[in-house]
Structures are given as C-alpha cells and as structure tokens.
Design a protein around this ligand. Structure first.
Ligand code: SF4
Ligand code: SF4
Length: 149
C-alpha cells in the first residue's frame, strides 16, 4: 500500500475530527492510529506536504474515484467508510423508485454499506451515501436516483 497517501488521508481526517471537537484519544480510536501519531499530525510533525497534497487531490476527485481509490489503498471497508465520510463534505439524497425488484445487486455494489433490503425493496441511508453512483449505474431497472443536495 502506498503509505504516503494513507498517511495523508489520515492526516486530513485527523484535522477534520479535531475541528469537530474530538479529543486526541477519540481521533486515534476512530482512525485506528496511535494517539502519538495524532499528536504529531496536529503539531505538523512526521507528515510531509507531499503526502498532504496528494491526499487533498484525492478529495477533489469525483466521489466514485475518491471512494474506489481509497478502498483500494486501505483494503478495509470500515476504515474506507470512515475516511470518505470524514473527508468528503458533499451531501447526497438517494431515492429508490417503486420499480425496484429487490434483486439486491445495489447492496453488494455499495462500498459505503448504505443500502439494505427491506420487504424486498432497496432502502438507502442517505447519511451514509457518498454519491459514488455505483448503485445507480448498476441497477438493472434504473430504480435508483442519487442527487447532491
Ligand atoms: S439493484 Fe435496483 S432493482 Fe436491484 S434491489 Fe437495488 S434498486 Fe432494486
Ligand atoms: S451512490 Fe449508491 S453505491 Fe454509492 S454510496 Fe450512495 S448508496 Fe452507496
């Protein structure tokens, strides 16, 4: 795994969580890193501008590219979801139309685990949705609409 990009993303996430008022220990727990690493990040130590620049470039990619690249770097769904949720500022609203046949394909496609099946119909938690459109593009009945709000 290209460690410099992973470090850059964790640095950006650390800064965002600090802005939300989390303690260093809570940030460390959330991002699965040492508290001393959080301290280094917050004090600008042990992190290069290059790492930060690459990570910032990633956050400016399309939602789909940011998600897929992050997932390929971390190879862990849970930490990927955290990094995307923390570092992406856009908000999306997802809707499932009545034409949904409950095939479940979108559930498997969603790396953010924002979709489940309820009464044989897809249900999307918009709070978890990062707007990657993988579900919308993959749905065989065009039953998903995702919009940035
Ligand atoms: S992929 Fe489309 S049809 Fe299948 S469950 Fe999801 S929304 Fe419904
Ligand atoms: S757009 Fe679809 S696949 Fe992507 S995060 Fe939102 S619900 Fe999941």
């Amino acid at each position: 795994m290209p460690k410099h990009i992973v470090s850059g993303l964790k640095y950006l996430a650390t800064i965002e969580l600090k802005k939300k008022g989390l303690t260093q220990q809570k940030i460390a727990d959330e991002l699965e890193i040492d508290r001393s690493t959080v301290s280094h990040y917050l004090n600008g130590r042990n992190i290069s501008f290059h790492c930060i620049n690459v990570a910032e470039t990633m956050t400016q990619l399309s939602s789909k590219d940011f998600l897929i690249l992050t997932h390929s770097l971390f190879k862990n769904a849970e930490i990927t979801q955290k990094i995307i949720s923390i570092c992406q500022s856009k908000v999306f609203k997802a809707e499932v139309l009545d034409t949904c046949i409950g095939c479940g394909l979108c559930v498997d496609l969603c790396l953010m685990q924002a979709i489940n099946l309820e009464y044989l119909k897809a249900n999307i938690n918009s709070i978890k949705c990062c707007g990657c459109l993988l579900c919308q593009e993959g749905c065989p009945t065009n039953s998903i609409k995702v919009l940035e709000v």
